[in-house]
Design a protein around this ligand. Structure first.
Ligand SMILES: [Zn+2]
Ligand SMILES: [Zn+2]
Length: 317
């Protein structure tokens, strides 16, 4: 199974400012003093050794995750990252010719999870087919409403691919091509679902947009079971601990909470995602360090890989 992150920012697409780019360049130049950067291999080695916060960024697009198994493609959420995925499907994977298919899972329809869809170019190619699976019975109407002429110039009826909206029940496994998919309701304003996806070789849980106000074993047990021994848990790490306390009922969580669930559920890899638009790269990577330290210092001594999701991150399971 291949998992690729096309959008990892929560709430709102977030671009780096010129000032932040300048700081990153300054950081890189400072560390390069004395190196012969005219030598290409020295330069490449130096770039690879730079901390990710200096040579990269956590990402600016809102949520979109691609999961591939064999020739099957499953897309979780249609945030602004979907535009880049769509362009890749057109340029490199034949969707430009039509007669290609992908399945979508929708966690919920807050803007950050659907706003990329009107810019998904494969949906304008006749004979491509996109099937949306979710426990929302009115999902077709919600997508159409986003492209109401008051809000967007191009209506969904102008998109000439074939669309199908299929209901799948929560708290049950459904078969979608090679994938088994289990939706579970999360704690988020409105209604939002997490998905556990299994292709017979690996399992991934996507549980962004969720808050855990009560942390006692009884209140959290159903989540622990949902995450249990997954190869990858994609977790809502939008806030620091103090932000989470300041924003009850906003529907988001922390990297530390992710670490606690990873420990209890024995997940193999914890991916921190849905970064807050106001979080700098430094703050996001510090949260990762805190999560790792929490696991290391817990008497349980359970460790797993803690990964910061960024646009373009690809993981093979
Ligand atoms: Zn969101
Ligand atoms: Zn939301």
């Amino acid at each position: 199974m291949q998992v690729k992150f096309w959008g990892t920012r929560g709430s709102l697409p977030t671009a780096l400012t010129s000032e932040v780019v300048k700081q990153k360049i300054r950081h890189a130049l400072e560390g390069a003093a004395g190196l012969d950067l005219t030598n290409e291999s020295v330069l490449n080695r130096y770039l690879e050794r730079l901390p990710f916060t200096a040579r990269g960024t956590a990402g600016g697009n809102t949520p979109c995750i691609e999961i591939r198994s064999g020739d099957q493609l499953l897309i979780i959420d249609a945030g602004s990252g979907l535009r880049d995925l769509g362009d890749d499907l057109l340029l490199n994977r034949g969707f430009v010719k039509g007669y290609h298919q992908a399945n979508f899972l929708t966690t919920h329809t807050h803007w950050d999870h659907i706003q990329g869809f009107p810019f998904f170019r494969p949906a304008f190619i006749p004979n491509n087919q996109f099937i949306f699976h979710s426990p929302f019975e009115d999902l077709a109407a919600r997508f159409a409403q986003q492209q109401n002429s008051l809000f967007f110039p191009v209506s969904m009826s102008y998109m000439s691919a074939n669309f199908e909206f299929r209901y799948i029940p929560a708290n049950e496994w459904s078969q979608i091509g090679n994938f088994r998919v289990y939706p579970m309701r999360l704690s988020h304003p409105g209604v939002a679902y997490g998905y556990r996806v299994d292709d017979g070789h690996a399992s991934v849980v996507c549980a962004t947009d969720s808050e855990y106000k009560r942390v006692d074993p009884t209140s959290t047990e159903r989540f622990v079971e949902f995450f249990r021994e997954s190869d990858l848990l994609i977790f809502d790490a939008q806030y620091s601990l103090s932000e989470a306390l300041d924003k009850p009922d906003w529907g988001h969580s922390t990297a530390l909470m992710g670490a606690e669930f990873a420990r209890r559920a024995r997940v193999k890899g914890l991916v921190l995602s849905h970064h807050d638009p106001s979080s700098s790269d430094e703050k996001i990577w510090e949260a990762r360090e805190q999560a790792e330290n929490y696991l290391i210092h817990h008497p349980d001594h359970y460790t797993c890989e803690v990964i910061v999701a960024y646009d373009g991150l690809e993981i093979t399971l």
